[in-house]
Design a protein around this ligand. Structure first.
Ligand SMILES: [Zn+2]
Length: 332
């Protein structure tokens, strides 16, 4: 049994309170390997941003839970070594069961998501409540994110063909019955790099797909019903076209890629949205640079010379997100 305070981590409570009142969002970046973690910490220290390190169940299986826990501890020590102690949260992304959430809480996570959004409403309430009771009764309070409404798209072991917008009429009942600390909602974001089908989008003259706008009307209604309550957006990568083009130039094939425009995320971050999840953009940045290096330097076989430049690009991307999209720069 490890408490997150032993790892130098914090829960989301204070971070969200400040983010909601300050009109910015905390970045939630997924990681499963060392280079990703290094780039996240470098970017967040450099921009003085708090950060949520996010681990899916798939990442936990991939990297091993003990290694991940110690990586999170290493991340807080690394920030310190770089000269600025930013607040770091270790968060379970899309927890699928009470047992998984409990296991993560007992191994040092400071925050968990229980995703019962695919269940009938009453079952979602019961499951989320059970996780909250356990998480909140820990010696060090562990924060819990719940979800209402469903996102389309694919993310590790989470997938759904259609999106179902969050019903504003349900949010007050859900939050008061479960006691969740934050709520993920569905207003048109989507998991993965193909967030919309081409026929849902309009096309610019140079062939770039523009997705339908987020449903800010639903977000506003939810904010009115839950004033000041922390709201979370999943599936919020922008899928930069430069990376898609670079990947395709160097032999990849990523047709019909489309993301959420950064201006829309910036607008959301200024509202009660205080956590924005970004995973696909990081995958694209790393893959683009790795493909470029491998094609341009066919003699290269030292993984450091392939992953190192990818790590540098990822750091640049995350610093940009903190500064220009989420507004979290300077808030640590
Ligand atoms: Zn998600």
């Amino acid at each position: 049994m490890t408490s997150y305070t032993e790892l130098g981590l914090v829960n989301t409570k204070e971070l969200f309170k400040k983010a909601v009142s300050g009109g910015y969002a905390i970045p939630a970046y997924n990681f499963n390997n060392m280079e990703q973690l290094q780039s996240i910490i470098q970017a967040c220290v450099e921009t003085k941003s708090p950060v949520i390190l996010q681990v899916s169940n798939g990442a936990r299986k991939y990297a091993n839970q003990n290694i991940l826990k110690n990586m999170a501890k290493g991340a807080t020590e690394y920030a310190h070594e770089l000269g600025y102690d930013i607040p770091v949260v270790l968060h379970l992304d899309h927890g699928s069961s009470f047992e998984l959430c409990k296991d993560c809480i007992e191994s040092g996570f400071s925050s968990v998501m229980i995703d019962g959004s695919h269940l009938p409403y009453d079952e979602n309430v019961a499951l989320t409540k059970k996780v909250c009771e356990f998480a909140h009764s820990q010696k060090d309070y562990v924060t819990v994110e719940g979800e209402l409404g469903q996102l389309a798209g694919v993310e590790d072991d989470v997938s759904s063909e259609h999106s179902h917008y969050t019903q504003p009429s349900e949010v007050v009942d859900f939050v008061s019955k479960t006691k969740v600390d934050s709520l993920a909602i569905s207003i048109g974001t989507s998991h993965g790099r193909m967030k919309f089908k081409p026929d849902q989008c309009t096309k610019t003259p140079d062939g770039i797909l523009i997705p339908p706008p987020l449903r800010f009307d639903i977000l506003e209604e939810i904010e009115k019903k839950l004033p000041g309550f922390p709201i979370v957006l999943h599936g919020s990568s922008s899928v930069p076209i430069e990376y898609v083009h670079m990947i395709e130039k160097y032999g990849g094939k990523l047709s019909d890629s489309v993301g959420i425009p950064e201006e829309q995320l910036r607008k959301a971050a200024k509202s009660a949205v205080c956590k924005i999840n970004i995973d696909s953009d990081g995958r694209l940045a790393m893959t683009a640079i790795m493909r470029k290096v491998l094609v341009e330097k066919p003699e290269e076989f030292d993984p450091r010379n392939i992953l190192g430049p990818a790590r540098d690009e990822l750091k640049k991307l995350y610093a940009h997100k903190n500064q220009n999209v989420l507004g979290s720069a300077g808030q640590a």
